[in-house]
Structure formats: structure tokens, C-alpha cells
Design a protein around this ligand. Sequence first.
Ligand code: PMP
Length: 304
Amino acid sequence: MKKTSLQAPAFALVNGELVPWEDARLHVSCEAVNRGLSVFEGIKGYWHLDGSFGILALPQHYYRLCQSARLLHIPFPWTLEEFESCVVTLTKSLLTPENDLWIRATLFVVEGHWGENTRADLIMTAYQSGKQLQSSIKLGISAWQRSSDNALSYRIKSAANYQVARLARIEGRARQCEEMILLNQWGRVAEATGAAVLIVRNGALLTPSSAEGALESITIDIIEVVANSLGVKFVRRPVDRTELLVADELCICGTLAELIPVEKVDEYMFDSNRPVLETLRDKFNDIVRGVCEDDGVHITKLAF
Ligand code: PMP
């Protein structure tokens, strides 16, 4: 299957209207193009065993988009109900039985100048996503640094925030690493370029708190709920670089990544036996696929 960014689905949704893929365009003069001014969410939907389709954590994605828009002074007048209805419309128009769906909801700034009279289009695109679990990867620690809260806050899920991530990915390819870790300005672990970092030490799950330079991850919040239900200790705190290297188990996690085990960080190999992460991953998959329910995890169900 093609990577999401290389797929060309039949439709996009522009301000609530389905339009042919080729017609979802931006003008060269707009701030979205000239200043990279856009904020977005990646949202995942899964087929359930009973034949329904479940969209994971939709309100949480809406509220994080509101937060990103607020921090960049982008007006976002859409209500949660309107936002949900857009996601459902696009999902129903592009869903196939073979694949799950990854939906990208973006606010592109199309009018305004230096923060005056700003207006954004809400554009949604959706891409096919395979149902199989992703295999383990090699990680590198990047020489590039996660931007700080006072520079371009990691709390804002904006296109511009992925410039450093892109450089780290290019660096990673040259080192045969599929993903890269960005350290923060204090030299501690922030996150991966497109996912959060989760480690196991002495039976407990650890992840860097957001103030360490991590996007406020919705998947991490879900994992906390799952860990609590499994009785596994879950801690958010600063994580040193060397703690990553001596971890018992390690994975990256996010909406698209789900939980991807890590087999190597730079030249440090990890045990392929991952009892804590395997249990966590199995439970996570059961919840997102509707095999079992957890009151702490929000799923919007679509029946067909
Ligand atoms: N950090 C970055 C930089 C990301 O791009 C993502 C993916 N959205 C994450 C963390 C994980 O966030 P979430 O679990 O909300 O997808």
C-alpha cells in the first residue's frame, strides 16, 4: 500500500463540501503557503468485528485542533458536532472493506496578513491504511533539536512544527533508521518525529511529559487508560537519553503509528521479547477494534 501522502483519493472535504481531489487547492498568495500557516489533526478509524466502523478519540482531536488554532490566532468557528459530521461524511465516501482509514483535518489559512483578518478553510483528506500490525523499527537519536515552548511550541500541531522533523527523517535515512528521536534543549528525550516515545523500565511505563517537548499525544492518554486497566504503572516524567538506551522495552506510539516496537536505537540493540508492550498492544488493539470496551476511550461508531 502506498504511503498516505502518496495516495490520491477520489474526494476531499472543503468546508463541509465533498469536492473532487484535484479541486482541493490553495492560492500561492495565502499565508498557508507563504508562511506555512496551518494546523492539523491525524485521526484514525478502524473496522470492528461486528461490521461497524469506529473513529477513535474524535472529540479529543477536535479539542486539540482548537488549541493549536487558538495558539496561532487562527479563528476556528466549527462546533464539535459540525466537525464530527465532516469526518463522518468523508469517511462514508472513501471507506472500503479492505482497509482502515486515516483522516487528516487541516485548517489552512487562506485569507489575512500577519494575523489581521485571518480566515482558514477546514480541509479534510482521508487515506487507506492497512489493518496489519506494523513491524519493529530502528530508531536513531537526531542531532536536530525539538523546538522549545517559547520558540515554536511542541503543543501546536502545525505544519511548520514538522520542519525539524523532516530534517531528522532525512538524517535518519542516511543512517538506515526508520524514525528519529528528537532531544529537547536540555538534552533529554522529547519525542519521535511523528510519534511519542514510551519505554518500559522495571515493569513500569515511562514517557516524557509534554513540557519536555512532546506534543500532547492522544494515543499516550489512551495508553495510560489501558495501562491502568492492566494494573501497569504509568509515569510521565523527564526521560534522560541514557534511560532510553537501558530501557527493558521501547516503542513509539501515535494515531498512525499505533504502537511500533523498537529493535535498535543507534548502535544499541533491544531484546525482541517485550512482555509488557505486547500485552499493552494487544489490549489497545482489542479496544480500537471493538473486541472489548473501555469507558475511558472514546469511539464514534458508524453503522452500515
Ligand atoms: N508527536 C508528534 C510530533 C506527532 O506528529 C504525533 C502524531 N500525531 C504524536 C506525537 C502522537 O500524537 P497522537 O497520539 O495524538 O497521534
